[in-house]
Design a protein around this ligand. Structure first.
Ligand SMILES: C[S@@+](CC[C@H](N)C(=O)[O-])C[C@H]1O[C@@H](n2cnc3c(N)ncnc32)[C@H](O)[C@@H]1O
Length: 217
């Protein structure tokens, strides 16, 4: 594990409570480096002690805007300069619309909320296609996909990991010879990276597929 900014910040954190698995920091830095000091808007679902919102603000740099969403009204106390917190459930279209009204271009979404299968899928379906064309959507603690108390289980119907596996097929829809329609997701998604307990979707407009041969025979 590298001793990057986030790892060091976490170890030295003496501010608000912050709860992360250690191996997540390298993953975050790999996917979020490009947003640093570019004034991104980030939504983190799951505020808890407010420490991660402070961490993102430090990491993403001047001009960033950090938005939190939590079902617990007490989390509102963690608002600060450049940090706004909404209260509601992550699967409630009303609160998500309220956030989108105020922040129509959310560059980064991190789902660290309930980790319940239906919530993870509902939130993804409500928000992913509304992100800018170069956005990054991260879902963490996906180990709950294997745990029945979170509606998960190995290869269980309705688990977020099974949803992700279908999305892997959808990314390849151009090559499915009509078996799978080319969707908005196919056209707007560059990659899905699956790590231990974390899934990262990188958005980027996809052009027509071509496979020319260069150099004469
Ligand atoms: C794992 S903690 C978040 C940790 C925080 N992101 C951090 O890194 O320190 C999960 C949070 O999700 C919130 N939560 C639970 N169910 C939720 C729901 N349906 N919608 C939004 N937030 C929810 C909990 O209140 C809790 O604060």
């Amino acid at each position: 594990m590298s001793a990057g900014f986030l790892h060091r910040y976490f170890l030295n954190n003496a501010n608000k409570r912050l709860h992360k698995w250690m191996h997540y920091f390298d993953i975050y830095e790999r996917h979020l480096e490009r947003f640093r000091n570019n004034s991104p808007v980030m939504l983190e679902i799951g505020v808890f002690g407010g420490g991660s919102l402070q961490m993102w603000k430090e990491y993403l740099g001047p001009g960033c805007r950090i938005v939190g969403l939590d079902i617990n009204p007490k989390c509102k106390q963690h608002e600060d300069e450049d940090i706004e917190i909404f209260i509601g459930s992550q699967d409630d279209p009303k609160v998500l619309d309220e956030i989108l009204q105020k922040y129509p271009e959310i560059d980064i979404i991190l789902d660290d909320g309930s980790h319940m299968m239906q919530h993870m899928i509902a939130t993804f379906k409500l928000l992913y296609h509304k992100m800018p064309s170069n956005g990054c959507y991260i879902v963490e603690d996906t180990h709950t996909c294997y745990w029945p108390q979170y509606e998960g289980g190995l290869k269980a119907d309705g688990s977020f990991m099974e949803f992700v596996k279908d999305k892997l097929d959808e990314i390849n829809a151009f090559h499915s010879r009509g078996a799978m329609p080319v969707s908005d997701f196919t056209r707007t998604t560059d990659s899905i990276s699956c790590y231990d307990s974390v899934v990262v979707f990188e958005r980027r407009a996809q052009g027509e597929r071509q496979a020319p041969i260069t150099a004469p025979m």
